[in-house]
Design a protein around this ligand. Sequence first.
Ligand code: DON
Length: 314
Amino acid sequence: MPGTEPLDLQSIVDDIHRELTPRLGEGKVADYIPQLAHVDPKRFGMAVVTVDGHVYKAGDAEVPFSIQSISKVFMLTLALGKHGESIWNRVGREPSGSAFNSIVQLEHEHGIPRNPFINAGAIAITDLVLAGHTPREAIGEVVRFVRYLADEEDIVIDHEVARSEAATGYRNVALANFMRAFGKLDHPVEHVLGVYFHQCALAMSCVQLAKAGLFLAASGSNPLTQHSVVSRQRARRINALMLTCGHYDGSGDFAYRVGLPGKSGVGGGILVAAPGKASIAVWSPGLNHNGNSLLGSLALEMLASRTGWSVFGA
Ligand code: DON
C-alpha cells in the first residue's frame, strides 16, 4: 500500500517487470498492418519520468517501437495550437463506445467524428494540421514537434511501417473518403492519409515517449527543458480526452482499473499522465480484444495501485 514514505519507483518498476515476465507474449500482436506483425511479442518496456526530472525504466525501455495511435495526442496538441478551440467544429469530444476504426457513427453524425482519438477523428485532426502545408512539410512539422517535446533529436519515422499501412489501410481510406464526401476534409484524401500513416509510423522508445508526454503531467510545461508547450487549462483538457476516449471502447475499463488519462496504440504502447507526478510509457505488443496492450494495461494498473496515483482521489 502506498504510505507516506517516499516511493521507491525503481523498485516498483523492476518488480512489475519481473512479475510480468512469465506472461510475456500474451495477447495478440496487431497484424492488419503487415509490418507490425514482425515485432517480437515478448518485448516489454516501461519508463516513468517524474515531474522533478527523474527517469526510472525497466526492460526494453530504450527500444523504439511503432507509436501508432499515441501520435494522435501529439497531433491534437498541434491542431489546438494552430487553430484553437475551432477544431471542435470538425470533431466531437465524446467517447465513441466503438472500435478505433469503426465507420458506423460517421454516417449518423454527418461526417463529424466522435472524438480526436478514433481513426476518423484523428484523420480530421491531421487535415487541420495540414492547413497551409504540403504533406511533406506537415510530416516534417510533426517530427520536429515530437523531437522538441522529448528533447531527443534521433526520433524518426519508420518508413517501412508507413508504406505497409499505406498499402493495406483500406478502412482508413474509406473513413477519409466518407468525410470528404460530407465536405469535412479540406485536403485531398491521399494527402491527409499520407500524413496520417507517417505520424502513426513514428518510432519511439518508452523513455522518449514518457519525456514527450511529460508536459501533460506537469501543467503544460516540460520541466526537463523548461519548454512551455500548452497552457495549464489545455493540458487538463487533453488529459480529459485521453481519460474518456484514449482507449476506444475500452476507455471505461482503463479508467476503472488505472484511473489515469492514457492513450494506446496498436503497436502495443500506452502513454499515461499522472498529473503532478509523472509521465509513464509502457510497451508490450500483445493486444486485448479492444486493441489495447494487454500486459501494458496490467503494468499500469499495478503501477497505479502501488504508487497510489489516480485522478479520482488520493
Ligand atoms: O490507423 C490505424 O489503424 C493505425 N495506424 C493506428 C490504430 C491504432 O493504433 C489504434 N490503437 N489502439
